[in-house]
Write a protein that binds this ligand. Structure first.
Ligand SMILES: NC(=O)c1ccc[n+]([C@@H]2O[C@H](COP(=O)([O-])OP(=O)(O)OC[C@H]3O[C@@H](n4cnc5c(N)ncnc54)[C@H](OP(=O)(O)O)[C@@H]3O)[C@@H](O)[C@H]2O)c1
Length: 339
């Protein structure tokens, strides 16, 4: 039974906040408050999820004395201002993916966290799942030899109603920020930052990207490909390829899934299987446990999801969206250009 730990506050009472609250509560972590712009909505969310306190403003939440860490669970155009609100109140922040709406906003979060010596991390929750810990172990012990490539697909037909956020430029809509970010982030995680990006895709007349096919060159002959769309179905697999073998991650790889290790000598027959542990929820608490570990050990960022990498990933998304033809133009310092 856990008695002492980080006390979480949830900023924004929307869809993913509900999953986060359920996963943390099921894992025995402490969620002490939730805030929504509407106090009734916050109170309803608190009642339904068993959270003891609710607030009708984000300001009240970040100032609550029993909140140590704030999970920012709103669409990305709001992430920077809301994360900075919490940081300036001295609260650690876990900011939903995509980390920010553009690279300038991402850097603002990092600057504020560093200025106030406050912990901050992007909620790239998949990195913290047992599946990806096991995958890192395989790579560290050389299961596939030298890494050569990462291939990811992420397709979902997302809600295109005007009431939803996915097709609304003002709410940061787009396949790249919502879905493609997982593949781009995995490529950064395993191969490092790319020096060149080539992207092709579709965008709506209002400037929202609905698909992107992305090739990134990571140096030393290593490449990643990320295929994503929110207006078509498609495969949702992933593979990590090395000189001596490969790892095929089961569909839907951007969650708690299994994977199979193959080696070059026996292409038809798997060497090993990894099966994920049985969980009641989605596993969003693993990232929260990493935040709690960092706070206990006085670390201001996680070595597994460094802030500089979150900013670099957003720069890459900026460049992908620029090439796909979204109309948003505040995209500074791209990490690569179509040659
Ligand atoms: N980790 C994952 O698996 C995962 C899955 C889905 C989404 N996400 C990420 O989580 C974030 C939220 O996604 P969601 O699907 O949960 O969003 P959502 O339910 O549409 O909205 C979340 C909250 O954002 C605030 N909000 C919504 N529209 C707003 C507006 N027009 N102006 C100001 N605030 C607004 C609202 O806060 P109030 O409650 O205060 O009104 C709302 O409850 C996004 O960054 C998304 O990329 C992550």
């Amino acid at each position: 039974m856990r008695t002492v730990g980080t006390r979480w506050g949830i900023l924004g009472a929307g869809k993913i906040a509900r999953v986060f609250a359920a996963d943390l509560t099921a894992a025995g972590l402490q969620v002490s408050g939730v805030a929504a712009r509407d106090p009734d909505r916050a109170a309803r969310f608190a009642g339904e999820t068993g959270i003891p306190a609710s607030y009708g403003s984000y300001e009240e939440l970040v100032l609550a004395p029993d909140v140590d860490a704030v999970y920012v669970a709103t669409p990305q155009p709001f992430h920077a201002d809301q994360a900075i609100l919490a940081i300036e109140a001295g609260r650690a922040v876990l900011v939903e993916k995509s980390f920010a709406d553009d690279a300038l906003s991402a850097q603002r979060i990092v600057d504020a966290a560093r200025h106030h010596s406050v912990f901050a991390m992007e909620a790239m929750w998949t990195r913290f799942l047992p599946t990806f810990a096991a995958l890192r172990d395989e790579l560290a012990r050389g299961a596939v030899g030298e890494l050569r490539g990462v291939v990811t697909h992420h397709f979902q037909k997302l809600d295109d109603s005007p009431a939803g956020r996915h097709y609304d430029p003002a709410l940061g809509g787009g396949a790249v920020a919502d879905l493609g970010v997982y593949g781009v982030s995995l490529a950064f995680h395993l191969l490092g930052a790319p020096h060149e990006i080539v992207a092709e895709g579709r965008a709506t007349p209002s400037g929202v990207d609905t698909s992107a096919s992305v090739l990134m060159r990571h140096g030393h002959g290593r490449t990643s490909t990320t295929l994503t769309a929110m207006d078509t179905p498609g495969p949702n697999g992933a593979a990590v390829i090395g000189t001596d073998g490969w790892i095929e991650i089961d569909p839907y790889w951007f969650g708690s899934t299994g994977f199979t290790v193959y080696d070059a000598g026996r292409p038809g027959s798997p060497v090993r299987r990894f099966e994920p542990p049985v969980m009641t929820g989605r596993g969003m608490h693993f990232q929260a446990l990493e935040v709690e570990r960092c706070l206990r050990e006085g670390e201001l960022e996680s070595p597994l999801m460094p802030l500089s990498e979150s900013v670099s990933v957003i720069k890459a998304l900026d460049e992908i969206r620029r090439q796909v033809g979204t109309t948003k133009v505040s995209r500074p310092e791209p990490v690569g250009r179509r040659s």
